[in-house]
Write a protein that binds this ligand. Structure first.
Ligand code: SAM
Ligand code: DTB
Ligand code: SF4
Length: 329
């Protein structure tokens, strides 16, 4: 049976998720080696191009206007500012840059035109450019693609069943529609979710079921550990156990063998041994830089040290599917 499948059942994913941990990691690591170079981890950088004041009610998010957090609203950055941050990130080894805006959806206005210019500027540097701007229509996604966007990030975040407990201002279906629009515009898809929000194991499995039934699979799957932020409804959630993150990453690696699995938010809460275990289990990207969008991230020099200790090399841009073609040849 092919490793790349779009018809996993809930029972099959549950069986994988519940495999004894060391056996699970071994299976995931075996597939990881088949489809990816295990000595490479992509360094990505995040820029919050427009921060805070978001009308949505995502229970985890410090940028939602309705929650009282320490996030200060900042209007859309200039193209020059973004260009300068991209240069710095690239000099630190980043081959991908993700621009995030605290928007519910993209509107066809001057701000969007400016984002298109940002995309052109960063694309010209030879980096994979990703954007996460909320819901988009197919026409808007096409404009982003024409400007040189490589990927669009839009997370399903959790299972369909759990969605309304986390977000009420839009539906799961809206999320899937945007992913469809992005795919139709020929962009690569980046979609994953968050664990540690109080969801059940069934919800984690349900989320992977949704993602693995997308055909093609999202080329990029970020797995975030909740960063609990004071003032948000999930501000008091306990930090998840490292083992849960490792288990989730390994399961993701197995059900979407040739996707890039991103060890995303929550690394400040993890020691280097846990992160090494995540790389072993199939994670092949991290966000580097002092901040994610609004919350802290490990120190870049510490990350460099971790790469040295583990003998990891930064993965270059545009490597996707090269290995799969090799496997299938
Ligand atoms: N507004 C756009 C949207 O919601 O699609 C883009 C930005 S939004 C901040 C991108 C993703 O960041 C969310 O879908 C969620 O998965 C993740 N995220 C936000 N706050 C987080 C937190 N406190 N901990 C972990 N992940 C978080
Ligand atoms: C994703 O899945 N994680 C990143 C990126 N995609 C945009 C964002 C994490 C944000 C964590 C909370 C914050 O820093 O505001
Ligand atoms: Fe807004 Fe995105 Fe935060 Fe939801 S996750 S509140 S849509 S910025």
């Amino acid at each position: 049976m092919s490793d790349i499948r779009y018809n996993w059942t809930k029972e099959q994913i549950a069986e994988i998720y519940n495999t004894p941990l060391l056996e699970l990691v071994y299976k995931a690591a075996t597939l990881h080696r088949k489809y990816h170079n295990p000595n490479e981890v992509q360094i990505s950088s995040l820029i919050s191009i427009k921060t805070g004041g978001c009308p949505e009610d995502c229970a985890y998010c410090p940028q939602a206007a309705r929650y009282h957090t320490e996030v200060k609203v900042q209007k859309l950055m200039s193209v020059d500012e973004v260009g300068a941050i991209a240069d710095k990130a690239q000099s630190m080894g980043a081959s991908r840059l993700c621009m995030g805006a605290a928007w519910r959806e993209v509107r066809d206005n001057k701000d969007f035109d400016r984002v298109l210019d940002m995309v052109k500027t960063v694309n010209a540097k030879g980096m994979e450019v990703c954007a996460t701007l909320g819901m988009v229509t197919q026409e808007q996604a096409q404009k982003l693609a024409d400007a040189g966007l490589y990927a669009y990030n839009h997370n399903v975040d959790t299972s369909e069943e759990n969605y309304s407990h986390i977000i009420t201002t839009r539906k799961y279906e809206d999320r899937l529609n945007t992913l469809h629009n992005v795919r139709k515009a020929g962009l690569t898809v980046c979609s994953g979710g968050i664990i540690g929000m109080g969801e059940s194991i069934d919800d984690r499995i349900g989320m992977l079921l949704t993602l693995s039934h997308l055909n093609p699979h999202p080329e990029s799957v970020p797995i975030n550990a909740l960063v609990p932020v004071e003032g948000t409804p999930l501000g008091d959630q306990p930090i998840i156990e490292s083992w849960e993150m490792i288990r989730m990453i390994a399961t993701t690696r197995i059900v979407m063998a040739d996707s890039v699995v991103r060890l995303s938010a929550g690394r400040v809460q993890m020691n280097k041994e846990t992160q090494a275990f995540c790389f072993m289990a199939g994670a092949n990207s991290i966000f580097m830089g002092e901040k994610l969008l609004t919350t802290p991230n490990p120190d870049a020099n510490e990350d460099k040290k971790m790469f040295d200790v583990l003998g990891l090399k930064p993965r270059e841009a545009f490597q996707h599917r090269a290995k799969r073609e090799q496997v299938e040849a």
